[in-house]
Design a protein around this ligand. Structure first.
Ligand code: ADP
Length: 486
């Protein structure tokens, strides 16, 4: 088996490669290739069909000859005392019918005693083959030499305790000739049918493949400007090509959505950058006009420019983070660390900077987390910064870190301005800021939570929000055990 496989690999594979190289020089339409395939299959199976048909025909004829021969011998035996007696009766009486009435019609017999080897009847004209053969070409001496087809068969015959060997010889030359005379007509008829099938099949195939030309025409017309209107036609009967068209349409929908959101992102980003730029420009003009002489104006302008440029830097950094990363491209540098410790440090920092808020820490348990420490710190900082930003002097901020059956649960709650249901539904959208936050001119750009969500989700975590307008908000971040153990 292995040898055959190796031989086939050495012979067929290079041939196939050569054929591929040769055919790659041409451009064949799929329709032509399909037709060619069918023609090849028609020829192959046609030849197989004719071969099988001839075999069946000739073997049926041979079987008929055999049954006739067997009947002759049985009759000789049963109508007389023995086979020999029957043969004697036929040959001794003048004018009597021959022993084998078909000996001129292609059926010949020879009977001999198996034990004594004595031939008791023989009307076989051709030389009998030494071994048993099925089909055999012999020269037929009928005036001129010609090829014939003879079928030779030897069978034992038991009669009254004596075993005979009976050789049957059937001359199938006539039958073969009859069959051969039919073959050209059959081939012609077959080719005609094949041609008709191919011809009418081509029309159906052309209709089927019209989807492809419509696909390439649509693809040629596609630009970013008509991305929303150009789609492939998927009406009519469903088939694999229509499925492909539906898949491509789905892909175009996704490209359109992501293109639109990218466009929106760029326009929102430009809009957000416009405000600090105009503020800086305003103060620079102020400096230019009055600042040179008036020191207090100069100080105010420099302070404002510093503040605005810091905010702009923060915005640009966030924009860069969001444009570079999404859930698929964000790479995490994972290590095992104690989240309790990290939270403790962050709470300390917050207490240092924010003096006028009441910061409570109801729980601070150690939990080992397997994740990107810097990224997780960046995400949690967003929730803490927001809690500070959206609360007033008297408000309380509670921060806790708990180990809940292996899950790391971080809660950041505040008694600040809170959110409406509409806000809760939208706060993770890029650039979304609630109406009252914008009205009260609290600084921010609506990108912090988008970044935090991206990082938490990448750690297979969840974020839950509870909030009431003017009462306060609670954010619960859960990092599941899988992210914790790693
Ligand atoms: P930013 O704070 O820079 O506006 P974020 O993405 O962090 O951007 O937050 C989006 C919006 O969600 C905020 O503008 C605010 O309206 C709302 N928000 C977030 N955290 C809180 C909070 N703790 N209390 C009230 N509103 C909040």
């Amino acid at each position: 088996m292995e040898l055959i496989r190796q031989i086939l690999q050495k012979t067929i594979l290079p041939l196939r490669e050569k054929r591929e190289i040769f055919t790659s020089k041409f451009r064949f339409s799929i329709l032509f290739r399909i037709s060619l395939n069918y023609v090849w299959l028609f020829v192959l199976y046609g030849a197989l069909f004719i071969g099988l048909f001839s075999f069946l025909f000739l073997s049926t004829e041979a079987k008929n000859y055999y049954e006739t021969g067997h009947q002759i011998i049985t009759a000789l035996d049963q109508q007389n005392d023995s086979i020999e007696a029957g043969i004697l009766l036929h040959t001794s009486l003048p004018g009597n019918s021959p022993v084998n009435p078909y000996h001129n019609d292609g059926l010949n017999l020879r009977i001999y005693n198996t034990k004594t080897k004595e031939t008791i009847y023989d009307d076989i004209e051709f030389s009998a083959p030494k071994e048993r053969t099925l089909f055999r070409h012999v020269y037929y001496e009928g005036g001129r030499a010609k090829n014939g087809l003879v079928f030779f068969l030897e069978r034992p015959y038991e009669s009254r305790g004596t075993t005979y060997n009976v050789s049957y010889q059937f001359d199938l030359t006539q039958n073969t000739m009859a069959l051969s005379s039919l073959i050209p007509g059959t081939i012609l008829l077959y080719l005609l049918t094949a041609f008709l099938i191919l011809h009418s099949g081509k029309k159906g195939n052309a209709k089927l493949f019209s989807v492809i030309s419509s696909m390439s025409a649509t693809a040629n017309r596609l630009t970013v400007n008509n991305l929303h209107s150009e789609r492939l036609n998927v009406e009519g009967t469903k088939n694999e090509l229509k499925d492909l068209a539906t898949t491509i349409n789905g892909m175009l929908d996704r490209i359109e959505t992501s293109y639109e959101s990218q466009k929106q992102f760029v326009s929102d980003a430009s809009h957000e950058l416009r405000t600090p730029i105009s503020v800086i420009q305003g103060y620079a003009n102020l400096l230019n006009r009055w600042g040179k002489k008036d020191e207090s104006i100069m100080e105010e302008a420099i302070e404002a420019i510093q503040e605005e440029s810091k905010e702009m830097q923060d915005l640009v950094e966030k924009l860069l983070f969001l444009s570079r990363h999404d859930k698929k491209t964000l790479k995490l540098n994972k290590t095992s660390f104690d989240m309790g410790e990290v939270m403790e440090d962050m709470i300390k920092d917050t207490r240092l900077i924010v003096k006028d808020r009441i910061i409570k820490v109801p729980q601070l348990q150690p939990v080992t987390v397997y994740g990107d420490k810097q990224a997780l710190k960046q995400a949690i900082r967003v929730f803490i910064d927001n809690a500070v930003k959206y609360t007033g002097g008297e408000d309380t901020i509670s921060i806790s870190c708990e180990n809940m059956n292996g899950d790391c649960v971080i809660t950041v709650a505040d008694t600040g301005i809170g959110m409406t249901q509409k806000d809760i539904d939208n706060i993770f959208e890029r650039f979304y800021r609630s109406k009252h936050v914008r009205n009260e001119k609290i600084s921010g750009n609506g990108l912090g939570l988008s970044i935090a969500k991206l990082i938490i989700l990448k750690h297979t975590g969840r974020i839950k929000i509870r909030s009431q307008y003017e009462k306060g908000s609670t954010f619960v971040i859960t990092l599941p055990k899988s992210a914790v153990v790693g």
